[in-house]
Ligand binder design. Sequence first.
Ligand SMILES: CC(C)(COP(=O)(O)OP(=O)(O)OC[C@H]1O[C@@H](n2cnc3c(N)ncnc32)[C@H](O)[C@@H]1OP(=O)(O)O)[C@@H](O)C(=O)NCCC(=O)NCCS
Length: 172
Amino acid sequence: MVIKRATVNDISYIELIERACFEKSERYERSLLNTLLGNQEFLTIIACINDKPIGYASAYLSELCHESKIISIAVLPEYRKMGIGTIMIEEIERNALAKGIIKVALEVRMTNFEALKFYKKRGFLIRGVLLDYYGPGKNAFTMEKILRCPREGRKNSNDQSSKNSIDLASKY
Ligand SMILES: CC(C)(COP(=O)(O)OP(=O)(O)OC[C@H]1O[C@@H](n2cnc3c(N)ncnc32)[C@H](O)[C@@H]1OP(=O)(O)O)[C@@H](O)C(=O)NCCC(=O)NCCS
């Protein structure tokens, strides 16, 4: 599997993944996807197997902000439970640390039990509730994770492992 940074040229693939993974009311509009892909403050990655895009993730990763926000993460149903979501979120966490960001936050629908289990396994903790966040009666949890630097005790990283994780495609 290859993880690469997505560009505006990948927008159709991301739309396909969105359609396969989210109900209509929870999908991102093309205009928002364009913003994610065109703005350097967002990191959007695609996971591919044999050149076929099978998952994507996007996060706000600004050096001006102490907190990173996961905007979306999705894996095509037939490729789930194979560790691909974990690899993508690890890539986002590595890039956050490389920018000196140690907190990652996100929102998740309260009834999205698979995603909740996924985030909890990755060390995210529930921090709050947003009523009607996804529409009437569709509440969300806010979740957070404090990242640990690969090297003990250091908040950030000028270390090589972090530098290596930025931008370039990674092979797994
Ligand atoms: C959430 C999602 C991205 C996880 O991707 P994935 O590639 O299947 O995740 P992984 O294989 O890395 O799973 C890691 C762990 O998460 C948990 N998990 C993932 N999917 C699960 C499921 N369907 N049921 C229960 N636990 C699950 C498990 O603990 C799993 O570890 P295990 O396989 O050792 O038990 C994927 O289910 C998905 O695309 N869901 C639809 C889109 C979505 O809801 N995104 C989140 C929006 S907030």
